[in-house]
Design a protein around this ligand. Structure first.
Ligand code: GMT
Length: 375
């Protein structure tokens, strides 16, 4: 099967954009024709591939508009690209505004153009609670030809909050094991820690749903029992408060803050443990990336995270906010090399069996085939 696919996502840093871009690259490798339709070049797109094209979207900034009409510009661009390149379908990642724009583009082009919407989490769990968006999100979902969600938890939440009757395929996220694998990064590790120390890692957008303060509170407890340092990667609104707390606790020499990084695969391999204490996490892509590098996660049992990290096998999970429990689990793992090795190996096996790219691409292809057959 060969499909001409328009992909729309948020091209900046963020899990949904990463998944959409990596999927596009993988589908191109599998012979499909891929057209990214976004306001900026997706940051993970990388080098040239003959099956991938990029079409920018520019919102009109005419003075009469208080807000540039980006959603309409996107719909119009989607329709234009679909007509020019005879696209079979638009695969949009994140409901707002992408699903709605795609449905509008379909109305402009005709019913032969299919719309596949992938829900990633905050488009349902956060924006779905906003009364100004709830109905339009529901419209985007119910008017898509197929809807997928990245975990069972997100499928259930979407059914509860929006449309109990809409069929949703659960397709997990995946990781490219050619990029994320256990690397020998001894030379880098020596730059951050002494040989007898352990390294904990947190990567996020430092928004409140990630509970980055819990990262610091957990680490503070851990470092009293295990000689260790904490590496923080990413930027976001909570970061200044987080760094204030680091100072209050006198942990400045133990916490290394790297800010936003484009390429994190090496950094992930550096760590002994990932901390992910999120309040909401429909999947937790970073936990999967860590698992692929042989790094166990200690975090919360929020939403879909227990579908990725198996408690007691590939990591340890506690209730949201229970930093004492998270610290206890972290200390246990960091003090027991055999247990750490066992978790690391179990994680690598799990990645191979459940989250390998080609297996996930096949699941998306099955969805494409179904909608194109009009089922
Ligand atoms: O983690 C974020 O806040 C970013 C957000 C996004 O839309 O980019 O991530 C969501 O999608 C990721 C990819 O599917 C998931 O791994 C994250 O769990 C999900 N975030 C939340 O549910 C909070």
């Amino acid at each position: 099967m060969f499909v001409r696919i328009g992909i729309t996502c948020y091209p900046s840093h963020g899990g949904s954009g990463v998944v959409a871009t990596e999927l596009g690259k993988l589908l191109a490798e599998r012979g499909h024709d891929i057209h990214f339709i976004t306001y900026d070049m997706p940051f993970r797109l990388g080098s040239f591939h003959q099956n991938i094209r990029y079409h920018g979207v520019e919102a009109n900034r005419y003075a009469v508009f208080k807000y540039p009409p980006y959603d309409l510009a996107l719909a119009s661009r989607m329709a234009q690209v679909a007509k020019t390149y005879d696209l079979d379908l638009l695969h949009v990642h994140y409901a707002v505004p992408h699903a709605i724009a795609a449905v509008l583009a379909k109305q402009m082009v005709g019913d032969d153009l299919k719309v596949v919407t992938t829900l990633h989490g905050t488009d349902i769990t956060v924006l779905g609670e906003d009364s100004s968006l709830k109905d339009v999100i529901c419209f985007g979902i119910t008017h898509s030809d197929a809807v997928t969600a990245v975990s069972n938890s997100l499928v259930n939440k979407t059914h509860q909050l929006f449309c109990a009757d809409t069929f949703i395929d659960r397709i997990y996220n995946f990781v490219d094991t050619r990029i994320y694998y256990p690397r020998d990064v001894t030379f880098l590790r020596e730059k951050y820690i002494y040989p007898n120390e352990k390294l904990l890692l947190h990567i996020s957008n430092f928004r409140s749903v990630k509970r980055p303060m819990d990262v610091i509170e957990t680490f503070n407890r851990v470092q009293k029992h295990v000689s260790s340092r904490l590496l923080l990667v990413g930027e976001g609104p909570e970061l200044p408060r987080v760094m204030e707390r680091v100072e209050e606790l006198g942990l400045q020499s133990r916490v290394i803050c790297l800010g936003k990084q484009d390429e994190v695969s090496q950094l992930v391999s550096l760590a002994d443990l990932l901390l992910l204490p999120s309040e909401k996490e429909s999947f937790g892509l970073v936990a999967l990336e860590a698992m692929a590098c042989g790094v166990p996660t200690v975090g919360s049992n929020a939403d879909g995270l227990p579908e990725v990290v198996i408690h007691g096998e590939t990591g340890f999970l506690a209730s949201v906010g229970d930093v004492d429990e998270m610290a206890r689990w972290a200390v246990q793992l960091l003090k027991n090399d055999d247990l750490h090795h066992q978790f690391s190996q179990a994680g690598l096996k799990r990645v191979k069996n459940e989250f390998c790219g080609n297996k996930i691409a096949e699941q998306y292809e099955a969805v494409y085939q179904r909608v194109l057959a009009g089922e």
